[in-house]
Design a protein around this ligand. Structure first.
Ligand code: NAI
Length: 250
C-alpha cells in the first residue's frame, strides 16, 4: 500500500495525455493515489500512465468526454480496473478554437462547448452517480475553468463562455452533492506553459508576462499542486470554490 495523503484513493483524470492533466496525474500518484489517466489520445494517456509506477498504480484509458457513451464506458472500465469507483475526479480535458465572433464557424463554437462544458457535465454526472452508488466517503471533483472566464479576451467568445459556465456548473454541483460527501471546486489557471499555450502568438504571451505580477507563465505542476490540495482532506471545508492560480494576473 502506498503512503501519502491520497493513499487508498483512486483518481480519474481527463486530459491526462498533456499539460495540466499529465502533471496532475504525476502529483496525485506521488501523493499515493492510484490514477486512471484518461484522454481522447490513448497513446498520450499511456505515456502518462507509464510514468506513474506500474500497472497496480496507474492505468490509461481512451475517453472522449464529449460522448456520453464513451464517458459511461469509462466509468465501467475504471470500476473494473481498481475494483472501486474513483473518489477523485479531475476534469482537465479542454480545447480552444479561437476566432473573432463575427467569423466564428458554428462548429468551432459547438466543439468547444461539447468538450469544455458539456464534457465536464457528463463526466461529473456519471462519476458522481458511481460515487453515490458505492457510498464512497470524502469524494472530490475538480473542474478546470480559466482566468479567461473573468478576462473575457477578444477572440475567445466560445472558450470564455464555456469557462464561465464551468464556474456556475461547479457551484450548482457543490450544492447538490454536498449531502453525499462529494465536494466540487474549480480552478481558474492563468497562462500555463503547456501545449495549449504554445500556440498563442509570442507577442500575446509577452503581454501576459508583463501584466502578471510574478512576471512569468505558470508551470503545470503549480496547478497540479492546488488540485492535489483540493483532492485531499486538507481542503475538507472547501466546497463550491473558484480558485484563481494566476500569479496575480487579473
Ligand atoms: P493541453 O492542450 O496541453 O491538454 C489537453 C488535453 O485534453 C489533451 O491531452 C487532449 O488530447 C485532451 N482532450 C481534448 N479533447 C478531449 C476530449 N474530447 N476527451 C478527452 N480528452 C480530450 O491543455 P492544458 O493546458 O493542459 O489545459 C488543461 C485544462 O486547463 C483545459 O481545460 C484548459 O482549458 C484549462 N486551462 C489551461 C490554461 C493554460 O494556460 N494552459 C489556462 C486556463 C485553463
Amino acid at each position: 500500500m502506498a503512503s501519502g495523503l491520497l493513499a487508498g484513493k483512486v483518481a480519474f483524470v481527463t486530459g491526462a495525455g498533456s499539460g495540466i492533466g499529465r502533471a496532475t496525474c504525476r502529483i496525485l500518484a506521488r501523493d499515493g493515489a492510484q490514477v486512471i489517466a484518461a484522454d481522447r489520445n490513448l497513446q498520450a494517456a499511456q505515456e502518462t500512465a507509464s510514468q506513474l509506477g506500474g500497472a497496480d498504480r496507474a492505468a490509461a484509458l481512451e475517453v472522449d468526454v464529449s460522448s456520453l457513451t464513451s464517458v459511461k464506458n469509462a466509468v465501467t472500465a475504471a470500476l473494473a480496473k481498481f475494483k472501486q469507483a474513483p473518489s477523485i475526479v479531475i476534469n482537465s480535458a479542454g480545447i480552444t478554437r479561437d476566432g473573432y465572433l463575427l467569423k466564428m464557424p458554428e462548429h468551432d463554437y459547438d466543439d468547444v462547448y461539447s468538450v469544455n462544458l458539456k464534457g465536464t457535465f457528463m463526466v461529473t454526472q456519471q462519476f458522481a452517480k458511481a460515487m453515490i452508488d458505492q457510498q464512497l466517503k470524502d469524494c472530490s471533483i475538480v473542474n478546470m475553468s480559466s482566468i479567461v472566464a473573468r478576462m473575457n479576451n477578444i477572440g475567445q467568445a466560445n472558450y470564455a463562455a464555456t469557462k464561465a459556465g464551468v464556474i456556475s456548473f461547479t457551484e450548482v454541483a457543490s450544492k447538490e452533492f454536498g449531502k453525499f460527501g462529494i465536494r466540487v471546486n474549480c480552478i481558474l489557471p492563468g497562462y500555463i506553459d503547456t501545449p495549449m499555450v504554445a500556440v498563442v502568438p509570442d507577442s500575446i504571451k509577452q503581454q501576459v508576462v508583463q501584466r502578471c505580477p510574478l512576471g512569468r507563465l505558470g508551470q503545470p505542476e503549480e496547478i497540479a499542486e492546488v488540485i492535489a490540495f483540493l483532492a485531499s482532506q486538507k481542503s475538507a471545508y472547501v466546497n463550491g470554490a473558484a480558485i484563481e492560480v494566476t500569479g496575480g494576473l487579473k
